[in-house]
Design a protein around this ligand. Structure first.
Ligand code: ZN
Ligand code: ZN
Length: 342
């Protein structure tokens, strides 16, 4: 019987282990994907640490998947064997709940999540519903596409839904897995872009990524610096640090919007007085559905946006996961299978 290598976590907070499993067959409405690359996202820890309601162990994390379809289930329309596809956090949608009827697929009430509803991409094969699939343009390799499936999508899709227009000041707080893509997207979308991170070293990186300004949060007050630049129309908070996010709120300008994007349970402090005079708002944003992901991949291909990655073989998933947790990854760890080099 044909088997595949899969990373599994067999108990909450347990180690990431490689196991052999039978290669699954796609059921009706699903396809099987031969995984070529899968990014390691901070949100994978939500599953490993058992913070996701109703999660069943063993768990296989991984929601930044890129590969190609190698088997198609019954009733699937529009997808064929060989199609290059990506899958993000949204593991599909039902098409008939209240949210879906309003076109809000990412808020589907069935709540299908890659890595929770079905085993994720730290594996050689994944079976997923067709509604989870986004096409990868030819210009992007699997390694380039994988981090865009969650990190890139979160930055692009949240920013395009704000009220900011070309030339407005957009601040990216935190230059890691999300932020290093966010700076590139904001610049290419036509915004005056300011990168904010800890320490002087990231200033050079910010300039390489195209940022127009850099604020070292250890050397100066972020809110004051943003106000000196005219006040931010949008702050995209990617830092997993509630204090840093709270400290940036005073940097919002007229109609300023704070977008909280990092999955964080710690409260962020915002006083009504910080929002009233500017008619400011605070919102969250959940990445996007497969149609949003396809838009993001197309935009990245059009504008030459690529992630900076550390590539590791699937067997080294535990090493890569530790690097991500310790904030050592520059800037996204991507796991690859042998198929990638073939
Ligand atoms: Zn993610
Ligand atoms: Zn639905």
């Amino acid at each position: 019987m044909a088997t595949m290598r899969v990373v599994q976590v067999s108990r909450p907070n347990g180690p990431l282990e490689i196991v052999e499993r039978q290669i699954p067959e796609p059921g009706a409405g699903s396809v099987r994907i031969q995984v070529q690359a899968c990014g390691i996202c901070h949100s994978d820890s939500v599953f490993v640490d058992n913070q996701w309601p109703g999660l069943q162990f063993p768990v296989t994390p991984g929601h930044e998947i890129a590969g190609h379809i190698d088997a198609v289930g019954e009733g699937v329309a529009g997808w064929r064997t060989g199609d290059r596809v990506a899958i993000g956090w949204s593991g599909g949608y039902c098409g008939h709940c209240h949210s879906c009827r309003y076109g809000e697929f990412v808020h589907c009430e069935v709540g299908m999540v890659t890595g929770a509803t079905f085993p994720g991409g730290y594996a050689e094969y994944v079976v997923a519903p067709e509604s989870a699939l986004a096409r990868i343009p030819d210009e992007l390799s699997a390694v380039d596409a994988a981090p865009i499936a969650c990190a890139g999508l979160t930055m692009f899709n949240s920013l395009r839904r704000t009220g900011a227009g070309p030339g407005d000041l957009v601040a990216i707080l935190g230059i890691g897995g999300l932020g290093h893509l966010g700076v590139q997207f904001a610049v290419k979308m036509g915004f005056r872009t300011v990168a904010i991170a800890r320490g002087p070293e990231k200033g050079e990186l910010a300039r390489q990524l195209g940022a127009h300004h850099y604020i070292d949060s250890t050397a100066s007050d972020v809110a004051t610096q943003l106000q000196n630049l005219g006040g931010a129309r949008v702050i995209q908070a990617t830092a997993t640090n509630a204090e840093a996010i709270s400290g940036s709120v005073g940097g919002l300008g007229l109609h300023g919007e704070l977008l909280t994007l990092a999955a964080l349970v710690d409260p962020v402090r915002v006083s009504p007085m910080q929002l009233i005079n500017i008619s400011g708002t605070v919102h969250g944003h959940p990445g996007g559905a497969s149609n949003d992901l396809e838009d993001t991949l197309k935009f990245a291909a059009l504008q030459g946006i690529k992630p900076m990655v550390e590539v590791l073989p699937l067997e080294k998933a535990a090493v890569g996961y530790r690097r991500m947790l310790a904030n050592q990854a520059r800037f996204r760890v991507v796991l690859t299978t042998e198929e990638t080099s073939a």
